[in-house]
Design a protein. Structure first.
Length: 220
């Protein structure tokens, strides 16, 4: 990957990207409140399981297909995978999250003149990110790893703030997730369409419980 593409990728993966990722926990806040995640070890197991069961076989795999659709100029397939991803959101919070972040990233791309001024309605975050990757000429394999890393980094930050963990413990946790992130990326690239899955009923229940949780720090 050349220097220009690397710099573009670092910008897309930066926590300072103004899409609001810091305000969501994706049910992790409830998992912490209910004691399912209570220390660095339990957090590592929880996040590795999500990478293997959700991020690899669904979020990452859908993102991989959205990237291919952008590269092929196949708008119909792009819209189909966007719709499938939106339909897979099991709770109101999870759907609102991806739509809000997708809207924020799409608006940013328009303001940077990297996307059409008339965006697709209800663009999910993976679809908006795929458009950004295509517009900036970032290699797909590296973009997939960056997407998964950004997800993991945000989840680790939730753990640092809410368990709480120390900053060093958080970085140790993120470093330890590297094999799981690489495994999820490999899984996302290799799975055929009919083997994709977002089956994670426990995560869906945590998200639904979060909708009625009191004293929340996060929006999901």
């Amino acid at each position: 990957m050349n220097g220009t593409a690397l710099l573009h990728l670092l910008q897309l993966a930066s926590p300072s990207l103004p899409v609001g990722a810091y305000s969501y926990s994706q049910g992790l806040e409830t998992a912490i409140e209910r004691g399912r995640v209570r220390c660095a070890d339990s957090a590592a197991r929880y996040l590795a399981r999500q990478l293997a069961d959700v991020q690899g076989p669904w979020d990452g795999a859908v993102f991989w297909r959205l990237l291919a659709s952008c590269a092929d100029g196949d708008g119909a397939t792009f819209e189909e995978w966007n719709a499938r991803y939106l339909a897979s959101r099991e709770s109101a919070e999870l759907r609102a999250e991806t739509v809000q972040m997708g809207f924020s990233l799409t608006r940013l791309l328009i303001e940077l003149q990297l996307a059409p001024a008339t965006p697709m309605r209800d663009t999910c975050l993976p679809a908006a990110l795929a458009q950004a990757v295509h517009a900036l000429g970032v290699p797909h394999e590296e973009a997939l790893l960056a997407m998964l890393f950004s997800w993991a980094e945000n989840q680790v930050l939730v753990c640092v703030k809410s368990i709480p963990l120390g900053q060093v413990a958080g970085q140790r946790l993120l470093l330890g997730l590297r094999p799981a992130i690489e495994g999820a990326a490999a899984q996302a690239r290799a799975l055929p369409d009919d083997e994709l899955s977002s089956w994670a009923p426990g995560l869906a229940r945590l998200s639904m419980y979060h909708e009625v949780q009191s004293g929340r720090l996060y929006r999901s």
